[in-house]
Write a protein that binds this ligand. Structure first.
Ligand SMILES: Cc1cc2nc3c(=O)[nH]c(=O)nc-3n(C[C@H](O)[C@H](O)[C@H](O)COP(=O)(O)OP(=O)(O)OC[C@H]3O[C@@H](n4cnc5c(N)ncnc54)[C@H](O)[C@@H]3O)c2cc1C
Length: 393
């Protein structure tokens, strides 16, 4: 059997795998042979391509805040850092902010999280209803105790462009990219020795990074590891509104509904209740949802959305960490050369730069370096100690 050999094999070439490849190419130098495997060159079904592609600093754990703050810094520098032959990628990063809204019931938690976010350096402000009303005249504030607005660093971008630019820069710096499916991991003597490809090739390796999104549990299982991640369908609806809603940030309603501007219209969505959220691999959109569930809430929060018109919709899949809705990062204690970057549960685009850097630092330095992400490692999973994120969208 023909065998290739690489120092690092990354399985999954969407935004997270491409970020790992980019940071490895920047940190490890040309002596480190890196292979990026992607099974689907169209990227049409991956979460990255179906994301709402937004970034916020308003999380409830220091690790998530720090990861996203690095994400912002990276996005601001990306045109320079990811340029190839002088061509600078256009990531359409728009720092329009997130606005979390709270009723009286949610206000104490919002204040608590605000203190944490400020302590971490996030530029966020708590706004009482009259100030909200003045700043966003289109918003209905009667039932609100206040809102938390990101004033800098939060917003949205073109996730597909980010993924492409990371991969392109990595390949220009010497990373090898193959269109191939990793079928399984070959384990012996407490290490992953090789990656078996579906086309019959076997690639020997020093390290493997599992960046396979919703396919990550299957790959982990081939090495005997149970990764508590499942695919959950999330639908996004694109609508227009004749009424002007000037300067809208990404708004998160107390009901969980979110909306943000996109082009001439808006995107919106809401997570289904838990009992309607089974593991799923289909891409069907329940179109009735817009009329039945979203539109009434949109119109209640923004009276101008009363005349909203649905234009299109799509479905994608979160790779949900069933333990605590947070990423699982770094090596598994049983297989120290298998690094995990999985379970992002809806925030993987914004965390990709921070996670890509962290995985590359693991390979180069053998531990956490720029950010201590040990709170997100396997220990909490194995010891059943959830690090719950309270701001899941
Ligand atoms: C509707 C929706 C909205 C979202 N909104 C946001 C948001 O606003 N902000 C945010 O930060 N995140 C958001 N997310 C989450 C974000 O999109 C994901 O967390 C992130 O894209 C995960 O990236 P990934 O590279 O790990 O996985 P994916 O993008 O799913 O990519 C995995 C890749 O691995 C490849 N692959 C899988 N198995 C193999 C194999 N065996 N061999 C070779 N290749 C393989 C796949 O083909 C795929 O290309 C959203 C997700 C969805 C679905």
């Amino acid at each position: 059997m023909k065998q290739d050999q690489f120092d690092v094999v990354i399985v999954g070439g969407a935004v997270v795998g491409s970020a790992v490849a980019y940071f490895l190419s920047a940190l490890a130098g040309p002596g480190c042979r890196v292979l990026l495997l992607e099974q689907d060159p169209s990227y049409s079904r991956c979460a990255t391509a179906r994301s709402v592609a937004s970034i916020r600093h308003q999380f409830s754990t220091p690790e998530n805040i720090r990861l996203s703050m690095f994400g912002t810094q990276f996005l601001r520098e990306a045109a320079e850092r990811l340029a190839v032959d002088g061509e600078r990628p256009q990531l359409a990063f728009r720092e329009a902010g997130y606005l979390f809204l709270a009723t009286a019931a949610g206000w104490p938690v919002m204040q608590e999280l605000h203190a944490l976010q400020r302590a971490e350096g996030a530029v966020v402000a708590l706004l009482p209803p009259p100030v909200l009303q003045q700043r966003f005249p289109w918003l209905q504030v009667d039932d609100l105790a206040g809102g938390s607005l990101g004033l800098s660093g939060e917003g949205w971008l073109d996730a597909h462009a980010l993924m492409t630019a990371l991969r392109r820069r990595a390949v220009a710096s010497g990373v090898t990219a193959w269109t191939a499916r990793a079928e399984s991991l070959v384990v012996a003597d407490g290490r992953v020795q090789a990656v078996q490809l579906a086309d019959g090739r076997r690639v020997r390796c020093g390290w493997v990074v599992n960046a396979a999104g919703t396919d990550a549990p299957r790959l982990a299982a081939s090495a005997g590891i149970g990764l508590p991640v499942e695919a959950r369908k999330r639908c996004v609806f694109h609508f227009s509104s004749p009424a002007p809603v000037q300067g809208a940030p990404l708004v998160i309603d107390p009901t969980g509904l979110y909306f943000r501007p996109e082009g001439q219209g808006y995107l919106c969505g809401i997570a289904p209740p838990e009992h309607e959220d089974p593991p799923s691999d289909d891409f069907e959109v329940p179109l009735g949802w817009f009329e039945e569930r979203l539109w009434p809430q949109l119109a209640a929060r923004v009276p101008g959305f009363e005349a909203a018109r649905l234009h299109s919709a799509w479905a994608g899949h979160y790779d949900v960490n069933l333990l605590d809705h947070n990423a699982i990062l770094g090596p598994h204690p049983a297989l120290p050369n298998l690094l995990f970057a999985n379970g992002f549960s809806g925030h993987g685009v914004q965390q990709a730069p921070g996670v890509g850097r962290a995985m590359a630092e693991w390979v180069v330095h053998g531990g956490w370096r720029s950010l201590d992400l040990s709170a997100l490692d396997w220990r909490r999973v194995l010891e059943n100690r959830p690090l719950r994120e309270r701001h899941v969208v």
